[in-house]
Design a protein around this ligand. Structure first.
Ligand code: SUG
Length: 446
């Protein structure tokens, strides 16, 4: 039996825009109101996914969500035709309106937490969509995310789909962005690391002061229970509250793992040595590489600016590892120097490849945010909706689909344009046919 890590990249939606919605996410806040390019954003993402497929990786795509979210605006009391809802919401509640227009589902590292079958009690691959309660615009995602995941992993024999956790800050869950799986082979049982920012039910414990901690320990524990993970293969680690206060809003902005490699910043974790000892002990006798980046070489500020840790570490077909980094890492002196040194060190990481994902970076999303990792064996891969996997034909089709439907530029004012809603729905309707997803969007179910 063969095993793979499949990366499901989020297709950027037709309303990709910069609205400054994420307090605590420096890039999102500093690019508020900049003009975006949905077409360029979607194509940058597709190009990155296709490049990985061309390196021999198995690559899939996840559909974006319908925005503006007319259903939510109606729930909030706006009535009349869709055009009237848009006009009144934009005029009367501009901030609420912008939140209902975000294409944030593109960051599929936040779509769900996934546990591969080798780790779970019933031997199925488990999915729990993230409730993303900390940000209103992101809290609109989990229901449709669940439908998209069910349409993509549509086989009950192999895949178990859970409902997202209760929609409350006590169970704030940001999905795979705060979850890392270490293993010696993708098909072997692994150790799942859950990194949380705060305790929901104990205010005496350390917590950030300036920016919010989006993930709670209690949410992480609930996911581990739902997925049927054994205590001996789970480690809960508290994120260092000080780095959250410096703009590290998800753990994947300061740490990333792959197989037997954990690459992290010296300041990433609270009580790091205790936590890492537990990881070592639970991982067992197999070789394990902890690559700790010292502050003296890369500051937290540079890590946040360049997304050195929001890189993907992938295992290539020749079993060596590569880092997929944003071009910002190449442009920063300290970070590029560090990466040059890293590939000469005694670790499995042997090369770094840079990609231009600037449209996503400006909203605080590097290469790693754009993908949901799903470790699968060949039977499970066969059970995946094959239309969601990226081969040459599907790549061409998706690029043509973007060219046909996406605007080259989008500013805040364009979001109230009823024509944009029509264009977006037309695009998404065609996409569900291309990916054979079924009716996943509210407008398809009316
Ligand atoms: O949740 N940005 C996203 C970025 C998510 C990055 N994901 C990971 N690190 N895994 C967020 O903060 C900004 C939207 C805006 O400002 O328009 C936004 O939602």
């Amino acid at each position: 039996m063969k095993h793979f890590e499949v990366n499901f990249d989020g297709l950027v939606g037709p309303t990709h825009n910069y609205a400054g919605l994420s307090f605590g996410n420096v890039a999102s806040q500093s690019n508020a109101n900049a003009v975006s390019s949905p077409r360029q954003a979607a194509k940058q993402g597709l190009a990155k996914a296709k490049a990985l497929a061309d390196m021999g990786m198995v690559q899939g795509v996840l559909a974006p969500q319908e925005r503006p979210d007319i259903n939510t605006l109606r729930r909030l009391g706006f009535t009349g035709s869709d055009a009237t809802v848009l006009e009144n919401a934009a005029k009367q509640a501009p901030k609420v309106f912008l939140a209902c227009c975000s294409a944030s589902s593109m960051w599929t590292a936040n779509a769900a937490t996934v546990s591969p079958s080798a780790d779970t009690a019933d031997g199925k691959v488990h999915f729990t969509p993230a409730n993303l309660t900390n940000k209103f615009h992101r809290s609109l995602e989990p229901e449709v995310t669940g439908r998209i995941l069910r349409g993509t992993f549509a086989n009950e024999k192999y895949f178990a789909h859970h409902t997202h956790l209760p929609d409350n800050e006590h169970f704030g869950d940001e999905g795979a962005a705060n979850h890392t799986r270490l293993c010696s082979q993708y098909g072997h049982a692994g150790v799942e690391l859950f990194v949380y920012g705060r305790y929901a039910f104990d205010s005496s414990k350390p917590a950030p002061q300036r920016y919010p901690a989006r993930q709670t320990l209690e949410a992480s524990q609930a996911i581990a229970r739902l997925h049927g993970l054994e205590d001996e293969s789970v480690v809960y680690i508290q994120q260092n509250p000080d780095v959250i206060d410096q703009g590290v809003f998800h753990n994947d902005v300061i740490a990333v793992g792959n197989q037997n490699v954990l690459f992290y910043h010296e300041q990433a974790f609270h009580n790091a040595s205790t936590a890492l000892n537990e990881v070592k002990q639970k991982f067992g006798d197999n070789p394990l590489h902890f690559i700790e980046v010292p502050t003296s070489q890369v500051s937290v500020l540079d890590a946040v600016k360049t997304y050195l840790f929001n890189t993907q570490i992938i295992t290539l077909p020749d079993n060596t590892m590569a880092i997929i980094a944003p071009s910002e890492c190449q442009e920063n002196e300290a970070v590029s120097r560090y990466l040059e040194e890293l590939v000469t060190m005694n670790t499995p990481i042997k090369q770094v490849k840079f990609f231009d994902v600037k449209q996503s970076m400006r909203n605080g999303g590097g290469p790693a945010c754009l993908r949901l990792r799903v470790a699968l064996n060949d039977a499970e891969l066969d059970a995946v909706n094959q239309n969601t996997l990226l081969n040459d034909t599907q790549f061409e089709r998706l690029n043509a689909w973007v060219d046909k439907h996406y605007r080259d530029q989008l500013s805040e004012d364009d979001l109230r344009d009823p024509q944009l809603l029509i264009e977006s729905r037309t695009a998404l309707d065609e996409l569900t046919q291309l990916l054979k997803l079924g009716s996943v969007y509210p407008f398809q179910q009316a």
